[in-house]
Design a protein around this ligand. Structure first.
Ligand code: GLA
Ligand code: ZN
Length: 656
């Protein structure tokens, strides 16, 4: 495992570079990312390039043995470019251009911008692709599905729709525009649905807008990647991401590059509400699932965060080390910390790095230094991978559509995924978070929460999995929408009815009201947010409602279909239900379960086929004690152990 830092030589006087690089080397830093916002320094005037400073910064870092990731700085075009080509600036929903002086406000659909972006990318690869210290390239920074409403974006969106549907009549039919006099009589009447809360707009239009904006971003990445590879076919490319409001379809975004990288900022404050999720394990598994292989963390929590938001708590002792090792436990092979130094100037001066404004290395820095030491002992992990029996299906489209039309008060798509993730984690299971279109044949259990918008390939994939003997869990709000995001006129869950062996006669969006269900063994659980009232055909009730006019109706069902088994969870419960449910499923499918893990302790296993390495991470503020079934060898401190005593946020890795 390699530890790195994000560094901004352009923000510091040259006299710092040498001493920074020396301290990095002494601390054990191996990787440095630079350059992703430095366009104005690289091309200070139109067509005039200045690489002298970057040559210098790179050679200083090289001299101290650093591997370098260069960021292609397309996120921040220089102000001269905006001045000479104002049309490349994004336009907001109000029709006004966004004020320059910030970042990320260029239109990825602008052909003029694309040319300049390709030129700077080309210049950079020509100069550095063969540099022995340059190991990878990051395209842009945290690319989002941009919500630009400029004329270019509008024109492209309209053409995209015409390409997809063939004619205006077909668009009207697909969008069902007879509602609210929404019929288009000319293509120019179609507008990006950004001016009002999207929920007031036609959901079919909104879903296509999401698809279009996501594809625009992906196309931008592809174009830059092709341009760079034309000059340097062997370079390793990535694009970093986070999970935010406008995250594009990650599966498509990363299709164009070699590896996934994630910007990982787990919370420094542990919520008091025990039902609230704070572990980033789910997101880490999601990043590994994008390409089904190891990934990088390109930015990792290093201090109090804030700037556009109030500052967060500072990471507690153990978090700098623990959260990086947690990323390793879930498949990260390089973790780059954001950032080496805290900025003194600019909008981000309170998003703290490892070294504070004081310029005096402190507690967090020393913990980071310890992390570098620990990481250097873990090379045996480099050749290992996670093999999982459980998969949770994550669909960017379902996430978008369910955020667009929140189904009831408190209803949240990702929350359901996270409940199941947390539940199987309680027993130490490895979990993949993957696309509904990925190969499911090797999983013992597949969880498919809220398969809301119909996609033929995904539905077929899910049926195939069950027909071949898989165990599937589906939940409420499945089969609701056709691929245009319009409702399907059939009893729910429509296309999945046969699979679950039951149908929904009615639903009650109970929101924050709490009710209870009782399972087949007499255990009672609180439920809220959503209640599907089910009538079984071939299924059996697993749990029934206790309240309301649907008292005694099934809330959770179990069905045998071909050689598989399908569960359907029609409501949303609290953690205790999911834990008990996951435990039962693991027993049914013969998966090994670790019992009695202290709360907050996360266990994953990485294997190289010969040896298994078990990671025990105490993601809690309490000390935790774990008795191992047999003595095992710790690769953290090279001793044999039969019992683990973990301090808050401490990681232990043992060979099985
Ligand atoms: C994101 C960006 C970084 C920085 C951090 C912290 O992750 O990629 O450039 O802005 O947030 O604010
Ligand atoms: Zn635009």
């Amino acid at each position: 495992m390699k530890i790195g830092v994000d560094y901004y030589p352009e923000q510091w006087d040259r006299s710092f570079w040498e001493q920074d690089a020396a301290l990095m080397a002494q601390t054990g830093v191996k990787v440095v990312r630079i350059g992703e916002f430095a366009w104005s320094k690289l091309e200070p005037k139109e067509g005039v390039f200045d690489f002298e400073w970057l040559d210098n910064a790179i050679s200083v870092l090289q001299r101290f043995g650093m591997e370098i990731v260069i960021g292609v700085p397309t996120n921040c075009p220089p102000l001269w470019l905006y001045e000479s080509h104002p049309e490349i600036v994004q336009t907001g929903a109000d029709g006004k251009q966004i004020q320059t002086g910030i970042r990320g406000h260029r239109c990825v659909n602008s052909p003029v911008f694309m040319n300049y972006a390709k030129r700077i990318a080309t210049q950079l690869v020509l100069r550095y692709a063969n540099h022995p210290s340059v190991v990878a390239w990051q395209i842009d920074n945290e690319l989002e599905a941009s919500q630009c409403c400029c004329d270019e974006c509008k024109a492209r969106f309209r053409n995209w729709l015409l390409d997809k549907y063939g004619s205006l009549e077909e668009i009207n039919a697909a969008f069902g525009t007879s509602v609210w006099s929404g019929e288009y009589s000319s293509i120019t009447q179609i507008q990006p649905p950004n001016a009002y809360p999207k929920a007031w707009q036609n959901p079919a239009l909104c879903l296509d807008w999401f698809r279009f904006t996501s594809e625009s971003t992906t196309a931008f990445v592809k174009e830059i990647a092709l341009t760079m590879r034309r000059e340097a076919p062997k370079i390793k490319l990535t694009a970093n991401t986070s999970v935010s409001e406008n995250t594009p379809d990650l599966y498509k975004l990363f299709d164009e590059v070699d590896f996934v990288s994630f910007d990982n900022y787990p919370p420094a404050e542990i919520p008091k509400d025990t039902e609230e999720f704070y572990s980033h394990a789910f997101f880490l598994d999601m990043m590994r699932g994008v390409k089904g292989k190891s990934f990088w963390v390109m930015e990792q929590l290093s201090g109090p965060t804030g700037s556009w938001s109030p500052m967060s708590r500072t990471p507690k002792p153990g978090m700098i080390m623990g959260y990086s090792l947690q990323a390793l436990a879930h498949g990260a092979d390089t973790v780059v910390h954001f950032r080496w130094r805290t900025a003194r100037t600019g909008a981000e001066m309170y998003w703290h790095g490892l070294i504070d404004h004081s310029n005096v290395p402190g507690r967090r820095f020393f913990e980071f230094a310890e992390l570098c030491k620990t990481a250097s002992k873990l090379s045996v992990i480099d050749t290992t991978e996670l093999v999982s029996d459980v998969a949770i299906l994550y669909s960017p489209e379902n996430r978008f559509a369910l955020r667009l039309q929140q189904q009831s008060e408190g209803f949240d798509y990702l929350e359901q995924l996270r409940y199941f993730h947390a539940a199987f984690s309680r027993y130490g299971a490895n979990i993949d978070v993957v696309s509904p279109d990925s190969d499911l044949s090797n999983y013992k259990v597949v969880i498919a929460p809220s398969m809301y918008v119909y996609k033929k390939s995904s539905a077929e994939n899910i049926y195939r999995y069950v027909i071949n003997g898989g165990t599937l869990v589906m939940t409420n709000r499945s089969g609701v929408k056709d691929s245009n995001n319009n409702c399907i006129m059939e009893p729910l869950p429509t296309v999945y009815r046969e699979l679950i062996g039951a149908e929904i006669t009615e639903y009650d969006p109970v929101g924050k009201n709490e009710q209870t269900i009782t399972d087949f063994a007499g255990n009672k659980f609180v439920c809220s947010k959503w209640c599907d009232i089910l009538r079984v055909t071939t299924a059996k009730a697993y749990a029934e409602y206790n309240d309301n006019f649907y008292r005694c109706c099934p809330a959770v069902t179990m069905n045998r279909y071909c050689s598989g088994v399908v569960y359907y969870v029609g409501t949303i419960c609290k953690m205790d239900f999911y834990e008990s449910f996951a435990g039962n499923i693991m027993r049914q499918t013969g998966m090994p379960r670790l019992k009695g893990l202290p709360k907050g302790v996360e266990v994953t296993t990485r294997t190289n086929g010969l040896d298994d390495y078990i990671f025990f991470f105490n993601n809690s503020e309490e000390n935790a004690t774990i008795t191992l079934p047999k003595p095992m060898y710790s690769i953290i401190d090279s001793t044999g152990k039969d019992k683990l005593e973990l301090k808050p946020f401490e990681m232990e890795i043992v060979r099985k």
